[in-house]
Design a protein around this ligand. Structure first.
Ligand code: UD1
Length: 355
């Protein structure tokens, strides 16, 4: 039994670290890196920290428009699949790498296994939502992280092949949280103290490519009454520089702007934050796992469980400043709800694919 796994972007490296380890106990895995993320801090650091096997293929596709990036990936993935002829192609999440691998495999009639099947924001103007819907409808094995995801799939008529496994990101959090506490020096390096800062990340095209929204985020960060740490995604940095918003951000004494951080440093920053402010789906859940309140810089989320638990507050651009002030003043009460499984999702995926 041979599985070709296709990854390309940061969150997929984290998930692959867990699942690859489990898969390789019983199956042959060929790992393909599309090259979607290519900077050291966006890619290599994850492979080193999480001990992910070296990719067997690096396609070197890199950044481009939506269609060109996806198209070039498909051409290169087809060559790999023709050579390897796997029994299954395994994909994660909702990126263009996920979509490219899924389209290519489905057209070659190779079964697709999708880890993180079923989350929806119901907003088809966002590239990730398109990627999620298409991938799920072409997949044979759908590994759903939450009950909500299973229900979303059922509403779209996708029932066969759906397995509720829990969230691989929870597996990763449970496994690497203690490692981060032990090894990460990020608080010392950036001069931060436990519970005394906001951990902010922004990378979604919707926020970075809209100057009014990006401006509202910077306004909220520069006026907030506590320290802020903000590792900046390359896309975000380009947009901040192009719109003149970079200088006020780095000039603010309470804000520490840094390069993107690796997974262990990001976990450490999350676990010790007073509040997380983000548009990342992964970080919304990690904040929830770490019992840290989160403000999501979006009007919708693929993770409504975190909102229902009272622990994640969605904010549109015009209310960000007020929302952040409110959450810092009065952190919301948290209902304890176990929505994301028991930390055994990776093992369940591997078990299902090998039987
Ligand atoms: C992608 C995913 C998103 C995921 C995120 C995780 C899609 C549509 N989006 O967004 O779902 O949450 O990854 O981080 O697949 N860049 C660099 N160096 C890099 C990578 C990117 O400079 O190593 C710059 C490029 O110039 C590019 C921009 O970042 O213009 C966007 O990169 P891209 O991979 O297209 O999407 P992300 O925004 O990272």
């Amino acid at each position: 039994m041979k599985v070709v796994t296709v990854v390309g972007a940061r969150p997929q490296f984290v998930k692959a670290a867990l699942v690859s380890h489990e898969l390789r106990k019983t199956l042959q895995e060929v790992l393909v890196h599309t090259g979607q993320h290519y900077d050291y801090q966006m890619s290599r650091v994850f492979f080193e920290e999480l001990d992910i096997p070296e990719p067997d293929y690096n396609l070197g596709i890199g950044s481009d428009t939506q269609a060109r990036q996806t198209g070039y990936m498909m051409i290169a993935i087809e060559d790999v699949l023709l050579k390897e002829m796997p029994d299954t192609v395994l994909v994660y999440g909702d990126t263009n790498s996920t979509l490219a691998a899924t389209l290519t495999a489905a057209k070659m009639q190779i079964p697709v296994a999708h880890v993180e099947a079923g989350p929806r924001t119901f907003d088809m103007t966002v590239p990730e939502e398109i990627n999620r819907v298409v991938t799920d409808h072409l997949s044979t094995f759908l590994f759903a992280p939450t009950r909500t995801s299973v229900n979303n799939l059922a509403r779209e008529g996708v029932i066969e092949g759906v397995h509720l496994t829990g969230d691989v990101m929870l597996d990763a959090f449970l496994r690497y949280g203690p490692v981060a506490r032990d090894k990460s020096q990020v608080l010392q390096r950036l001069g931060l103290h436990d519970g005394e800062y906001v951990y902010a990340t922004v990378h979604r095209a919707r926020n970075t490519d809209d100057t009014a929204r990006l401006g509202a985020i910077v306004q909220a960060l520069t006026t907030v009454d506590t320290n802020v740490v903000m590792p900046v995604h390359p896309r975000t940095r380009k947009c901040l520089e192009a719109t003149g918003l970079w200088n006020p951000l780095v000039a603010a004494k309470h804000i520490t702007v840094s390069e993107p951080v690796g997974y262990l440093d990001s976990l450490m920053l999350t676990i010790n934050a007073r509040t997380v402010l983000t548009d990342s789906g992964g970080l919304q859940r990690e904040a929830y796992f770490a019992s840290v309140p989160c403000v999501t810089l979006d009007e919708s989320t693929a993770w409504p469980e975190t909102v229902a638990a009272g622990w994640n507050t969605l904010s549109d651009a015009s209310h960000i400043e007020a929302t952040v002030r409110r959450i810092l003043r009065t952190p919301p009460p948290r209902k304890h709800v176990d929505h994301f499984g028991g930390g055994t999702a990776a093992a369940q995926v591997a078990h299902r694919l090998s039987h």
